[in-house]
Design a protein around this ligand. Structure first.
Ligand code: GDP
Ligand code: MN
Length: 368
């Protein structure tokens, strides 16, 4: 089980490995607030489970808090290396003097943990491994022996770390092995381990937990689940399913529906930054409910993109056997594209919530 960077960094911190000041957020408003509070230049890092984010555009820098909103907006909801970004880490930007590499992996053929460390860390460690493998120190551990702090320092010395940093780097090596062991990891990696004027910090964190051990790392599994958020969904007595992106919008949709004499069958909040898949999932939930006679999909695109919504709707209309009248209110980010997609497919839409609610009530009456 791969662990997101922000969770891995919390663990590292708890185990005494220095990490930059940071906070995970899920929307641009929060991102700006966090950056304002920090009051210094920040890095905006997409929280996805694949590496190489820097090169793929998944990491942005903002020197002023005012730049954070728009950069966070850009990165949230975008796709980086085939993964949709739903969380970002706002982290203090470090003044990097050098970048080291440190990893511990379970070497399955040797049946031993293997520590690899290098003073040539950063984004190009694969190239270092290929072109100048002598720059990477390899150190096998015997699981039956205790790994002692002096061995961490020994590795730092083999790396060629300057004298002033040997005890600091050695301590991080030792602590990272504690994490590796305590959390049943198959990989624990810091790349880069950054040297600044003030010391060393784990600027990135990678942690992969042995799938066979997840049962005894339940807290971690729970933490990872929290943000794979299912929707906020409540079934109600009426017959018009109300779906919205955001609790406030979903509630307003319900109010509007009632104003025109309709009765909500659901409160279903798909949340901000919903994907095509999420839209389809939400629609399928309500359509498979036979009490639902009409669907009122109320989307104001912010991080959620109107074209994703339109595609999600078409996915369901094309695949679903049950034909239920559907009213879509679609405005916001990428609305032209979203509306074009619907129009081309012969699906009607509204741009105002009032008009859509009214229409949903009418359609439902005719359908009954
Ligand atoms: P990865 O590309 O997914 O491995 O993401 P990293 O977190 O390792 O970031 C990639 C690169 O971005 C690092 O190797 C650094 O060169 C740079 N970077 C990351 N955080 C900072 C920071 O706080 N300050 C500066 N100046 N550069 C950073
Ligand atoms: Mn990295």
């Amino acid at each position: 089980m791969k662990v997101h960077e922000y969770i891995a960094k919390d663990i590292f911190k708890k185990e005494g490995i220095p990490v930059p000041q940071n906070k995970m957020v899920v929307n641009p408003d929060e991102a700006r607030a966090v950056a304002m509070e920090m009051g210094k230049p920040v890095v905006i890092k997409s929280q996805i489970l694949v590496g190489g984010r820097g090169k793929a555009g998944g990491i942005k820098f903002a020197d002023k808090p005012e730049e954070v909103y728009s950069k966070a907006f850009e990165i949230l909801g975008s796709t980086v290396k085939d993964e949709r970004v739903e969380m970002i880490l706002i982290e203090e930007k470090l003044k990097i003097l050098s970048e080291y590499y440190l990893s511990i992996v379970l070497d399955r053929s040797a049946k031993k943990p293997l520590i690899m460390a290098s003073m040539s860390g950063g984004v190009d460690i694969e190239e270092v491994a290929r072109d100048t493998p002598e720059k990477i120190v390899k150190y096998y551990l015997d699981v039956l022996d205790e790994f002692l702090p002096y061995q961490g320092r020994e590795i730092a010395i083999k790396m060629g770390v300057p004298n002033a940093l040997i005890s600091k780097v050695g301590a991080v090596v030792w602590k990272l092995f504690n994490v590796f062991q305590k959390y049943d990891a198959t990989i624990a990696e810091i790349n880069p381990l950054v040297v600044t004027a003030d010391g060393i910090l784990a600027a990135d964190a990678k942690l992969d937990i042995d799938d066979d051990s997840v049962y005894r790392q339940k807290n971690l599994a729970e933490l990872e689940k929290v943000h794979k958020s299912e929707f906020a969904y409540v079934k109600l007595d009426g017959n018009i399913a109300v779906i919205g992106n955001g609790a406030g919008l979903t509630l307003s949709g319900m109010d509007m529906l009632k104003l025109y004499g309709g009765e909500p069958a659901t409160f279903l909040d798909i949340g901000g930054g919903s994907s095509q898949e999420n839209i389809a999932k939400a629609l399928n939930i309500v359509i498979s409910d036979l009490d639902v006679k009409t669907v009122f999909l109320n989307v104001l695109g912010g991080i959620t993109r109107a074209d994703d919504v339109a595609r999600g709707v078409l996915d369901v209309l094309n695949a679903s056997k049950r034909k239920v009248p559907l009213v879509i209110r679609l405005t916001g980010t990428n609305e032209e594209e979203g509306q074009r997609i619907l129009k081309e497919a012969g699906v009607s839409y509204e741009t105002s919530m009032e008009a859509a609610a009214k229409k949903a009530v009418e359609l439902c009456k005719n359908y009954l």
